[in-house]
Design a protein around this ligand. Structure first.
Ligand code: HXC
Length: 273
């Protein structure tokens, strides 16, 4: 784990992160723990949450896992209550849980489309709604993990594009409604990130699909998980104290080139599957 940040930026703060059993959100959890935060990891899979929390404790941080599906508002609220009993009121809440698969809209059932809307969009609402009564409002931060598909219509990703666009409008609206409570609400929109479940799903074809994907990114590489974690850390720290209602894209310039290389690669991967 490397970081451009060296200070103890989050000393004593409690950060709850959904979907932090793996991938980007796990790296954010580790980064925040190393900056002094107490970490509650919430996810569907209790074993994954417990294992991720144990890894943080092994690094010298404070963390615990709490199992809940972000689609189930009551179970999620109960997990938030348990986390706050353990670590105190919430200073930071990150809605990171997400679902994805590659499919053309014509090959999707209503339930398939709804599943991703439920996990990503409704799940983000449920997460922030569960956090609200438990926030330490003098300095609370909400952060949603969106994706470039929110503003870059992408073939075989209609469900994700719709869900992520919804998340960003939710964040911008909450930034208006909840600012008077002392809450900042922002989102990050990553492009492809190396070594994540999402990219295993989106570029399963090995080297050839990666080569095509990277051709559509001006920097010709995917993000590292550490780079995403550093952006999340900046936005949830006092260094970003006047940033509210903003979506920060972190995609190596991919969205300036558009989605065609990415979408064509996804469509071809469906044909060769
Ligand atoms: C068409 C599909 C499908 C596919 C699932 N479905 N996969 N339809 N093509 N490839 C349909 C199913 O048939 C079903 O519809 C409906 O979706 C729900 O599927 P379930 O398997 O019952 O749902 P569930 O077990 O809740 O799993 C949710 C999931 C799954 C999203 C489908 O993939 C999952 O658990 N994902 C979590 C992990 C994940 O995706 N991580 C990556 C996130 S990355 P029917 O009609 O048959 O009932 C990310 C960032 C993207 O989001 C940005 C990167 C740049």
């Amino acid at each position: 784990m490397s970081s451009v940040f060296r200070a103890n930026l989050l000393a004593g703060q409690h950060a709850i992160i959904t979907g932090a059993g793996s991938g980007i959100n796990k790296r954010i959890a580790e980064r925040f723990a190393m900056q002094g935060a107490r970490i509650s990891i919430i996810g569907r899979n209790a074993d994954k949450c417990a294992a991720a929390a144990a890894e943080i404790r092994a690094l010298g941080g404070e963390a615990d896992g709490f199992a809940a599906d972000v689609r189930e508002a009551d179970a999620l609220a109960a997990a938030f209550e348990a986390a706050c009993e353990r670590f105190g009121p919430v200073d930071i809440c990150i809605a990171g849980a997400a679902g994805n698969f590659v499919a053309e809209a014509a090959a999707m059932s209503a339930n398939a489309f709804r599943t991703v809307i439920d996990i990503d969009l409704i799940g983000t609402f449920n997460t922030f709604r569960a956090a609200l009564p438990l926030l330490r409002t003098a300095r609370a931060n909400l952060l949603a993990v969106s994706a470039v598909q929110s503003s870059m219509p992408t073939a075989a990703q209609a469900h994700v594009c719709a869900a992520k666009a919804g998340i960003e409008m939710l964040v911008r609206t909450l930034s208006i409604e909840w600012a008077a409570r002392g809450v900042r609400c922002n989102a990050i929109a990553p492009g492809p990130v190396a070594d994540t479940e999402g990219m295993k799903r989106l570029a399963p074809g090995g080297d050839s699909s990666w080569t095509r994907l990277l051709a559509g990114i001006p920097m010709r590489r995917a993000a590292e998980r550490d780079e995403i974690a550093d952006l999340a850390l900046f936005l949830c720290s006092g260094a970003a104290s006047y940033i509210n209602g903003t979506v920060v894209t972190i995609d190596g310039g991919q969205s300036n080139l558009g989605s065609q290389p990415f979408g064509d690669m996804l469509l071809d991967s469906l044909q060769s599957a």
